[in-house]
Design a protein around this ligand. Structure first.
Ligand code: UT7
Length: 323
């Protein structure tokens, strides 16, 4: 008997306000055509004033609990992937824990920027396999709108806010790659590339700061590293692109998503794409895409899914799971 971390529920939340590309045309030297052609993004959701990352995460968490038919105290742990926690500390995950009325277990944040959800999922899987926890909620939630320099057309048109949550539960498997649950992961970082994508604020500056990105360079790394990490994770369990039902990629740029699918020899009909409606929501993008993909009827029980993401650090990785 092998322990597997099996998906029991999923949910998401997007803030009400939708910003279409046209809104940027009015105040920046940009166009709907440029944004769509270069990134695939058409609109994004933006949090209301005073609406924080833990607020979005709580809404997604409630949706996932309802989907799983569970109560907050059924959970042993909450792992929240975010780079936009409400405060420097405590962890936004503990705020979600309190918002849910969960009075047991533990909660903490994982910060690996856009790859955060993949890192959090791998951590949750490790905790379940080690017996540390039986039921873990993994959330990706972000309010990147608060990190934007709204005068910088090369970044502010790309990002959005949102949250997605997934509940994993320990289950029994056979040890074969036909088991449901998380099957493998591959995690990487290379801190030499910190200048390609970072926020120029924090404790050392006494400011929140703004996101700075050398987009073309990040793009280059993304196209190379995402297929590599996805293949590495698949290799560990004797699977290939041909076995994949759905790639659920980090939603940063449609051109990166397409190039990665091509390298994996997976047709675009088997890729969940939400970037047109959400923009880049950093660590929230994969759980959002998983939840939307399930709601659209794309993702079904038994499907083999590969998630892959890259972001600031650089940090990148992939998780293979069977839904
Ligand atoms: O989630 C974390 C990981 N992040 C990513 O994966 C993002 C990776 N990078 C990208 O997605 C793309 O590089 C971008 C969408 C950011 C940019 O696309 P690109 O095709 O790499 O464009 P570029 O940066 O090479 O810029 C091309 C031109 C430049 O003008 P010049 O130098 O050719 O005259 C930019 O100044 O486009 C200009 N430009 C814009 N023009 C209109 C940059 N931003 C805009 C804009 N509107 N919003």
């Amino acid at each position: 008997m092998t322990i597997r971390a099996v998906v029991k529920g999923i949910g998401h939340y997007l803030p009400e306000r939708i910003v279409e590309n046209a809104e940027f045309e009015a105040r920046l030297d940009t166009s709907d055509e440029w944004i769509k052609a270069r990134s695939g993004i058409e609109r994004r959701h933006v949090a209301a004033e005073g609406q924080t990352t833990s607020d979005l995460a709580t809404r997604a968490a409630l949706a996932a609990l309802a989907d799983a038919g569970m109560q907050p105290d059924d959970l042993d742990a909450i792992i929240l992937a975010t780079s936009t926690a409400d405060l420097t500390f405590p962890a936004a995950a503990t705020m979600v824990q309190a918002n849910l009325g969960m009075t047991r277990g533990f909660a903490f944040d994982v910060q690996a920027v856009c790859a955060g959800f993949v890192f959090a999922l791998a951590n949750a899987n490790g905790m379940i396999l080690s017996g540390q926890a039986k039921r873990v909620m993994v959330i990706g939630a972000e309010t990147f709108s608060r990190l934007m320099d709204w005068t910088d057309r090369s970044t502010c048109v790309l990002f959005g806010d949102g949250a997605g949550a997934l509940i994993l539960e320990a289950g029994e498997g056979s040890g074969a790659n036909t088991d449901r649950g998380v099957l493998s992961s591959d995690l990487n970082s290379d801190g030499r590339h910190r200048d390609l994508l970072y926020v120029d604020g924090g404790v050392s500056t006494g400011t929140t700061g703004h996101l700075r990105m050398q987009g073309r360079e990040v793009f280059r790394h993304a196209v190379e590293k995402l297929a590599q990490t996805a293949h590495a994770a698949l290799d560990k369990v004797g699977l290939t692109g041909g076995d994949v039902n759905w790639i659920v990629p980090h939603q940063a740029n449609l051109r990166i998503i397409t190039a990665t699918a091509q390298r994996m020899q997976v047709p675009m009909e088997r890729v969940v794409v939400t970037v047109q409606d959400h923009g880049n929501t950093s660590a929230a993008s994969i759980p959002l895409a998983l939840s939307v993909g399930r709601d659209r009827g794309q993702i079904k029980p038994g499907d083999l899914i590969v998630t892959e993401a890259i972001g600031g650090g650089l940090a990148w990785g992939a998780v293979v799971l069977r839904w």
